[in-house]
Write a protein that binds this ligand. Structure first.
Ligand code: GDP
Ligand code: MG
Length: 151
């Protein structure tokens, strides 16, 4: 089982899309093992997007990310990282395929509703940056044997 960090960015809350987006992960069969609402401090936003430091969209990206609350979620499942990225769609809302979260609800390059970790190593780092160990709740879902063909 893999864990990935999902951030429902400020526009997801302001546009009242939290329920719709969270439902997609639940309906897919992925498990929510941690979730909270927070304001991302400036330092955390800069660290989270450090790979984009120096690019022209970096400062506006930090401003956007820290401008209003976000919901951060730890999503768990087999191949959860890749599955979540596919469900999100490509970065720019205008380019994302219909059927994906960004494709269905976003048109902007920056205001694209959602972040998802892009690799196992970034997932591990990002989860540790946003959640304490105590905030991640490792319960056993009752439907696991129906979600996965474990016989
Ligand atoms: P992601 O992994 O699909 O979220 O995309 P990236 O890691 O490449 O970029 C991080 C975030 O920066 C994106 O989700 C967008 O919010 C924003 N972003 C990326 N590229 C651009 C760009 O060219 N212009 C603008 N305005 N925002 C961008
Ligand atoms: Mg990225």
């Amino acid at each position: 089982m893999e864990k990935t960090l999902i951030i429902l960015k400020p526009d997801a809350i302001q546009r009242r899309l939290l329920g719709k987006i969270i439902s997609r992960f639940e309906e897919k069969g992925l498990q929510i093992t941690g979730m909270k609402m927070m304001m991302i401090p400036d330092s955390l936003a800069r660290a989270h997007y450090v790979s984009h430091k120096g690019k022209d969209f970096f400062e506006p990206l930090v401003s956007y990310t820290t401008s209003s609350p976000v919901v951060v979620i730890v999503v768990k499942g087999k191949n959860a990282i890749e599955i979540a990225r596919k469900m999100m769609g490509v970065t720019f809302g205008s380019k994302a395929e219909p059927g994906t979260i960004r494709g269905d609800y976003a048109v902007s390059n920056r205001f694209n509703l959602i972040h998802g970790s892009d690799s196992p190593s970034s997932a591990e780092k990002e989860i540790a940056a946003f959640f304490t160990k105590e905030e991640i709740v490792d319960y056993q879902p009752i439907d696991l044997s129906w979600v996965y063909d474990i016989s």
